[in-house]
Design a protein around this ligand. Structure first.
Ligand SMILES: O=C(O)[C@H](O)COP(=O)(O)O
Length: 345
């Protein structure tokens, strides 16, 4: 089996085993620099089909809410000194992906899938740590799955964000939910970040494995069979979803609902699951069905992509919670962080 490629904090990104596993293209993408020149961005990354929002209510609501929350943001308003590089003029956007922190069933080594279990104490700590790592990266809109472990991770991570905006779960499931959850202050809206929960980002449904212990299952069905169910692209667990089936909903949602936000310059965070994110990363990194077998995501480790001119460039994950850590910054992200530094000096 091909050596496993792990997406983890930059601290391990540079570990010998990790870089050995990346092909030349991915290594190049993972060059960790404090500032990345525009030509670096334009000469890397992957072309992806531009997708138009399907015009669904959710999409228009997302677009209007996301635009409201970042219409006038003191951190982001163009500054006289570097008008040429102001945040608002760039058509670059940050995309943060976070697999939820450890759940209580991860802790018990049980297959979870779409069973809605909360984070463990360790998972709560992981979510907070993830928040520290992304605390200086702009977030204008958050997407989570409909499952509590992903939503807890997003909310806990945002408690660490230096901008101090308040993430608000959007309720669009009915006319009443929408009208009863309205915010009537424009200022308050500008200090909020819409959080959209969608079942399409849920973990793959693990069928008859849900609730079973992973080790006992391997003992019963054989290690190879369980690995095939867990990591292959098109082989589903008994009465469950294959990764391919999960991708059909998760990647479709990403292209229809999330890419339009990135195209409009909104910075997005997605808090989801090991497999729904594997399917999205497969799309972003253009992995083959063979390469995706060895793709593993750690719980609670944020990954950063830069979206620019319709292309996604993986920037690894910010290392460590401290400002001294090396961030895979672009010029625009460095400017945003500088403005936060100035705001809170
Ligand atoms: O659903 C689960 O059990 C976990 O979230 C992911 O499980 P996996 O690592 O077996 O895909």
């Amino acid at each position: 089996m091909a050596a496993e490629v792990y997406y983890q904090a930059i601290g391990t990104l540079q570990s010998h085993s990790y870089l050995n596993n990346l092909n030349h293209h991915q290594k190049h993408q993972n060059n960790l620099v404090t500032l990345v020149s525009r030509d670096f961005i334009s000469s890397n990354g992957l072309s992806t089909r531009r997708s138009n929002c399907t015009g669904q209510r959710n999409c228009s609501v997302i677009r209007s809410l996301a635009s409201q929350t970042s219409v006038v943001d003191p951190v982001l308003s163009p500054s006289r000194s570097n008008a040429g590089d102001t945040y608002k003029k760039s058509n670059e956007a940050a995309l943060i992906l976070i697999r939820h922190g450890e759940s209580l069933w991860n802790e018990k080594n049980l297959f979870t899938g779409c069973v809605d279990v909360p984070l463990s104490k360790k998972g709560i700590d992981e979510a907070i740590e993830a928040g520290k790592r992304i605390s200086s990266i702009p977030v204008d809109v958050i997407f989570t799955s409909a499952l509590i472990r992903a939503q807890m991770t997003a909310m806990l991570a945002m408690t660490q964000h230096r901008r101090g905006k308040v993430p608000i779960m959007m309720h669009n499931e009915s006319e009443q939910a929408r009208s009863w959850s309205q915010v009537f202050s424009e200022d308050t809206k500008k200090q909020s970040i819409p959080v959209i929960a969608s079942w399409q980002l849920n973990e793959r449904m693990y069928g008859e494995l849900q609730g079973l212990n992973k080790q006992e299952t391997a003992d019963r069905y054989g290690k190879e069979q369980v690995h095939e169910w867990r990591r292959s692209y098109d082989i589903p667990p008994p009465n469950g979803e294959s990764l391919e089936m999960c991708a059909e909903r998760a990647v479709a949602y990403f292209r229809d609902q999330i890419e339009p936000q990135l195209l409009s310059g909104k910075n997005v965070m997605i808090s989801a699951h090991g497999n729904s994110l594997r399917s999205i990363i497969m799309y972003l990194d253009k992995l083959t069905s063979q390469e995706v077998i060895s793709l593993e995501l750690s719980t609670g480790i944020p990954m950063l992509y830069i979206f620019k001119e319709g292309r996604f460039i993986r920037r690894g994950s910010p290392i460590g919670p401290s400002e001294a850590g090396v961030y895979a910054y672009t010029r625009r992200l460095a400017l945003y962080k500088q403005k936060l530094d100035n705001m809170f000096q």
